[in-house]
Unconditional design. Sequence first.
Length: 300
Amino acid sequence: MTTFTSADVPDMTGRTVIVTGANSGIGRVAARVLAARGARVVLAVRDLAKGREAAATMTGDLDVRRLDLADLTSVRAFADDFEEPVDLLINNAGLMIPPLGRTADGFELQFGTNHLGHFALTNLLLPRIRERVVTVSSTAHRAGSIDFADLNWERRPYRALAAYGQSKLANLLFTAELQRRLTEAGSPVLATAAHPGMAATSLLRPSGKRPLIESIQQRVVHLLAQSDEGGALPTLYAAVAEIPGNSYAGPKGFMESRGAPKLVGRSGNARDADSARRLWTVSEQLTGVTFPLSSTIIER
């Protein structure tokens, strides 16, 4: 096919889209493009002021609602407020290599936000989702492993990058198992995933807390990273392209760091169906949220 650009996003009139973390970075770009194509876009953000500021720069039907993925009470409240159908859910928000922290429910911050928050949100909304769930992962999943004995880094010395890799691997295992369950339930909804390559988003901007690491990081970013607009293309591709469930999109350039989107591969760990099922079971236990019975999935 020809190279996919934002101009290839079809008319979205009549569709409702939720984008988590849509106040900045690739989430902001994806929200802007989808709204410009006619979708009603809900910016699901932790900071309402920043969400409203972002929405003010966009054109279209926009709604800003509070969602803190690091707090399951907030996730439930957000889902409870949605009574209308949702055509597309984009699980975009995420944290990248912060110091050790805990969510409101006691989970390691990256695993709790990047995976468990989106796991709960998706399953709570699933009876109202009609078309697709897109979850944003990362090439860092290749260095990740799921330590089922210590998912929340309570027994080991904390390593932020390893914890990030675990959370991004969890995103892909979640996508695979979600698609398996959707297919088994007879649902037409697709679960896909994407990664932005190396995009110069707020996740990669220096905080001043780790000067040496951040100095090296910024040099790499300058050499390899693409803009937020380029980084959002794999997400948009995974959201609207004619691709099968459990597809994974990323840039086609050098080391998948930049370039137009295409379907890309994933690590052996990310293809482990047994780990995907086990992670799902553990995630249900940790969040108290389960996959809806097939009878609850709305008629489409």
